[in-house]
Design a protein around this ligand. Structure first.
Ligand SMILES: *Cc1c(COP(=O)(O)O)cnc(C)c1O
Length: 381
């Protein structure tokens, strides 16, 4: 099935109880039992299951080519549920430029429960095996990563994980299931901050997990119900609504992004551009092989922090804000915003220069975005 068709017809599309064409918001916490333990449609209590959330969970399972989906109150709640698969004393390997919230949860929360993480360079996948210890139980990657869009080989990650009996996890937030399907490449669990492209309208905070492994699905479902970080029916509805146009949005995001990169590469005020679509990108070939398109997150470097501030002050259509993946274009300076808590020397070692600017390209008209960035950069000359 074409992915655009699947976005409309995946999961549970028509309400089975009323025939409503859109999934209704089942704003209820509990359900009638005809006799003790005799539920009409299996629904008992909305932490365990809710029809609106079930429709969304079916949709993400289909889109990621899995069999089971799970919806959480945020991306971090989804990531935390995945980490809870681990036991005290277990160890995991994770890319060093992982999302800041994931880093914080692992180093300030899960460490207290005896779960140890090593943050490593996964872009050179052949070096990963040397970090595996007897306690290692999980290999977790984000590709492309933030803010320098580094790419990790998904298939090889899955192979290494299989060989060493590790649970393999991909944070697929930057790519969306429209452009990249890690489960089809052998990965065990795929997760999303649905706050970003899946919701797509900067109006929902949510997280999703999908798998086709029955045992892992059972364990994630048990953790979801036991620890309770579920997504409510109203937000589940909003996500389903947003996801219907994911394909249209990503097509326009990609078109805009490639046009912007084309301009940035030619502009004399730009020192460097970071995006996996570029042939000079370290793992460009791997990205081309494992993905069907490109994220709208792109980073580029200008001379210094003052230049970066000046460019941002001149932009009209790029809103200065954290987050990414929505219809409106956003801009941020990682060194002063998302990555400000990382000490400067470590930041620079990781390649996050002070003059680095990160864009999340939206779905506005291509010419307007290119013209806006061009005029802002021209003021540096
Ligand atoms: C935003 C983000 C998260 C966290 O998701 P929330 O919905 O903000 O909790 C995790 N991973 C990536 C790659 C993100 O961009």
């Amino acid at each position: 099935m074409n992915k655009k068709t699947q976005l409309i017809h995946g999961g549970m599309t028509t309400d089975p109880y009323t025939g409503a064409v859109t999934t209704p918001i089942y704003q209820t916490s509990t359900y009638l039992q005809d006799g003790i333990g005799d539920m009409r449609q299996g629904y008992e209590y909305s932490r365990s299951a809710n029809p609106t959330r079930s429709a969304l969970e079916g949709l993400i399972a289909d889109l990621e080519q899995g069999t089971h989906g799970f919806a959480f109150g945020s991306g971090m709640a989804a990531i935390s549920a995945v980490m809870m698969l681990l036991d005290k004393g277990d160890h995991l390997l994770i890319n060093s430029d992982v999302y800041g919230g994931t880093y914080r949860a692992l180093t300030k929360v899960f460490n207290r429960f005896g779960i140890e993480a090593d943050f490593i360079d996964t872009t050179h996948i052949d070096t990963v095996e040397q970090y595996i210890k007897p306690e290692t139980k999980m290999l977790y990657i984000e590709t492309p990563s933030n803010p320098l869009l580094r790419v990790t080989d998904i298939k090889k990650s899955a192979e290494i994980a299989q060989k060493h009996n590790l649970i393999s996890v991909v944070d697929n937030t930057f790519m969306t299931p429209y452009f990249q399907n890690p489960l089809a490449l052998g990965i065990d669990l795929v997760l999303h901050s649905a706050t970003k492209y899946l919701g797509g309208h900067s109006d929902v905070v949510a997280g999703l997990v999908a798998t086709k492994d029955v045992d892992l699905a059972e364990r994630i479902g048990f953790i979801q119900n036991s620890t309770g970080g579920v997504l409510g029916p109203q937000d589940s509805y909003l996500l389903i609504r947003g996801m219907k146009t994911l394909g249209l949005r990503m097509d326009q995001v990609q078109r805009n992004t490639l046009a912007i990169i084309d301009m940035l590469q030619q502009h004399q005020a730009v020192k460097q551009v970071f995006h996996p679509s570029m042939s000079e990108h370290l793992n460009h070939d791997i990205h081309q092989a494992q993905a069907e398109g490109h994220t709208g997150v792109v980073a580029f470097e200008v001379a210094d922090i003052e230049s970066a501030k000046q460019v941002i002050s001149k932009l009209q259509y790029f809103t200065l804000a954290e987050s990414l993946g929505a219809v409106e274009s956003l801009v941020s300076v990682p060194a002063l915003m998302t990555h400000a808590s990382i000490p400067k020397d470590i930041r620079q070692k990781e390649g996050i220069a002070d003059g680095l600017i990160r864009l999340s390209v939206g779905i506005e008209g291509t010419e307007d975005l290119v013209a806006d960035l061009t005029q802002a950069l021209d003021t540096l000359n």
